[in-house]
Design a protein around this ligand. Structure first.
Ligand SMILES: Cc1cc2nc3c(=O)[nH]c(=O)nc-3n(C[C@H](O)[C@H](O)[C@H](O)COP(=O)(O)O)c2cc1C
Length: 648
């Protein structure tokens, strides 16, 4: 066969190991870390999923090498802990049996010990050891590591690497980036030492090189070692790309793959994990520059998910390997689809940060577009139902489409009724918001999957009690979504007002000065988009807080974009829309005019209860999902749609 993406699909030899392709699964933290820091069964399944999906390598995330001076990262590989070696071995097996190369990331959080724990208070019981004495931004005191401690840490890296090799890992990733210990030594900002580890670049690289030598002596020649580094720290007092190049040159003799990430986790989360506000591949330039100065293979990553772009990165020699984290949560089968020329079936990551926010909230993982994530043990494959049933899904939004696709995969005879001429439900409105285009595309991907699985999609067909009953279904899934709330204020039906859901239809009518009523997620994202389009945007919010419905990872990045681009007015209640703008009342009842020639109303969504309720008795088995139950997130709709279909 002729592969459309020959460069991504090409094997690569690193050290004495051959990897089946150039698409690697970047390290991601597991979900059920046992009390003694072993890899729990859910995490094993989490890593296995990406091996099944065709990644060339799957990296198990941060393994603490020296618990005596660390306490942030997840796992421990330690013979003193009874289940440690076996849990690592079972996980390596689970990755290897699908043809991927298992790798494990060895790490030390240094002065940031404790920042990563769900129980943050535990940091009080940890000693925070870093390159130099100091005080962290959160007020925690940091002590400089002594020579004796450094020697012990270096030895510990070697011990962990040796055990990892014994457990079946075929590559070691040494984490030298993102602001953790090795990065703290590399960085002129963190490292103020005056001994052989501080000052010159050569001295700042010394600890990394000692660690790499220790790992090498444990694993032997030819065993691949990947060094994860930040190409630039991207803040003024940190090191820049020019120094990043020099660091790469220093470590090159001791490694087999130079993995170029960026930033420090604590100072630039949105650089290390490029958000939806950034271009795909915005960090590739760092790897490309470093690659010009080294001879060892180089890996790049950061917001990558587009096959064309990734193919070009390898073809043009910007990097030898592409790594992905979030894209392989959204679709673990992305590498297999690329190799099989099935790129149109890839479910793309939305960069919504649900994955990372869920970890912060519940210590589990979740993915908006992939309901299996974090719940892999409950079953990674959709299995056929014992008996084929006739299923009607009412509503072609993300939840309805996911339900229809899943039900069809189970062998049911599925009809999907959509009242409008286009599928997608609420996602249709995302097509005009530049940085949310992938959310819109999701409906196209889900629709294709449903169609390919045999769903009979009927557009312009409202799912009423009569139309549904006429079809005599065995089961009905009600996914009729929500409608925008329109506040009963004077002037809201005027020609100068656009309901945010209709913005994509009316965007040409938007004048240069815009007032947005409503500072929830939709209003804030709309405001940023319009400001990016060059409009003068004023945002009105009744409460003091903006976007409380945004998740903890997305929200700070969203607020920063708002701060840079939008005029914000909190504590104002919209009272009347006029041709001049929106007349508001402040807390003292005083009238204030917020000027603007176009007004966009974004005050939230209300569940379509009436439509849903009339369908409750249309079949022996009826289930309601998504926004029509309660206006919520795409994550909820997709998860409920998937499980509703599994229950039939
Ligand atoms: C859910 C999740 C967990 C992560 N856990 C780790 C980790 O344990 N160690 C690490 O070095 N990076 C971790 N990262 C960072 C990724 O390896 C990667 O550098 C980052 O997400 C950018 O790649 P992406 O844009 O393809 O997601 C994590 C990222 C995500 C999304």
């Amino acid at each position: 066969m002729i592969r459309k993406y020959p460069n991504l699909s090409k094997p690569i030899q690193i050290g004495n190991v051959t990897f089946r392709n150039r698409m690697f699964s970047a390290p991601m933290g597991g979900t059920d870390i046992t009390a003694d820091c072993c890899i729990g069964p859910a995490s094993k399944a989490f890593y296995e999923y990406r091996a099944k999906g065709g990644a060339g390598a799957v990296t198990v995330s941060e393994c603490t090498v020296h618990p005596e001076t660390d306490g942030s990262h997840a796992y421990r590989l330690d013979l003193k802990v009874p289940d440690s070696l076996s849990s690592f071995t079972y996980t390596a097996d689970a990755i290897r049996r699908h043809g991927a190369i298992p790798s494990v990331e060895l790490s030390h959080s240094g002065q940031y010990a404790g920042t990563y724990l769900a129980d943050k208070n535990k940091k009080g019981r940890l000693a925070q050891w870093g390159a130099s004495d100091g005080v962290r931004p959160d007020g925690v005191e940091v002590k400089a590591l002594t020579q004796e401690m450094i020697d012990d840490i270096v030895k510990a890296y070697g011990n962990a690497a040796g055990l990892a090799k014994r457990a079946g890992y075929q590559m070691i990733m040494v984490h030298g980036g993102h602001g953790w210990l090795l990065n703290q030594f590399l960085s002129p900002y963190f490292n103020k030492r005056t001994d052989k580890y501080g000052g010159s670049l050569e001295n700042r690289c010394r600890l990394s090189i000692e660690v790499l030598k220790s790992v090498r002596s444990a694993v032997g020649e030819g065993f691949p070692i990947e060094f994860r580094m930040s190409g630039s720290e991207l803040f003024e007092e940190g090191y820049d790309l020019a120094e990043g190049v020099e660091i790469a040159k220093q470590v090159e003799p001791y490694v087999d793959l130079i993995h170029v990430s960026v930033g420090t986790y604590q100072r630039g989360f949105g650089d290390t994990h490029p958000s939806m506000f950034r271009e795909h591949g915005c960090n590739v330039y760092l790897a490309a520059e470093i690659k010009k100065h080294v001879n060892k293979p180089v890996a790049t990553l950061g917001g990558l998910n587009d096959p064309e772009q990734m193919e070009e990165i390898i073809a043009s020699g910007k990097a030898d390997v592409v790594e992905m984290a979030r894209a392989l949560l959204a679709d673990p089968y992305l590498p297999r689809k690329i190799m099989a020329n099935q790129e149109q079936d890839i479910v793309k990551c939305l960069r919504c940060f649900t994955c990372m926010a869920e970890r912060a909230a519940t210590t589990t993982r979740r993915c908006t577009v992939n309901p299996v994530i974090g719940r892999e043990l409950d079953g990674m494959e959709v299995t056929k139902a014992l008996q084929s049933k006739k299923v009607v899904v009412v509503g072609g939004g993300p939840g309805g489409l996911k339900a229809a696709h899943t039900a069809a995969l189970r062998g049911h005879d599925v009809i999907l009724l959509e009242k409008e001429a286009q599928l997608g439900g609420i996602l249709k409105s995302e097509q005009a918001i530049s940085f949310k285009h992938e959310m819109y595309e999701l409906s196209g991907t889900y629709a294709k999957q449903a169609q390919d699985a045999g769903v009979d999609i009927r557009l312009n067909t409202p799912g009423t009690k009569e139309t549904v009953e006429e079809l005599c279904p065995d089961a009905v899934i009600i996914a009729v979504g929500s409608s925008p709330i329109v506040p009963g204020i004077e002037g809201i039906r005027g020609d100068n007002v656009i309901i945010i859901n209709d913005y994509y239809l009316k965007k040409d009518q938007v004048q240069d000065e815009v007032v947005i009523i409503g500072g929830g997620l939709a209003g804030c994202e709309g405001a940023i988009h319009l400001a990016w389009e060059g409009k003068k945007v004023r945002l009105i919010e009744m409460r003091e807080e903006l976007a409380p419905d945004a998740n903890v990872r997305h929200r700070p990045l969203l607020l920063k974009e708002l701060e840079d681009n939008v005029e914000i007015h909190t504590g104002l209640r919209a009272a009347k829309v006029t041709a001049e703008g929106v007349v508001c009342q402040d807390k003292d009842g005083k009238e204030v005019l917020i000027p603007g020639h176009t007004v966009i109303c974004a005050v939230g969504q209300r569940a379509n209860r009436q439509v849903a309720e009339q369908l409750l008795d249309t079949a022996p088995y009826v289930v309601e999902i998504g926004d029509c139950v309660r206006a919520s997130t795409i994550t909820t709709a997709v998860y409920q749609g998937y499980h509703a279909a599994l229950d039939i």
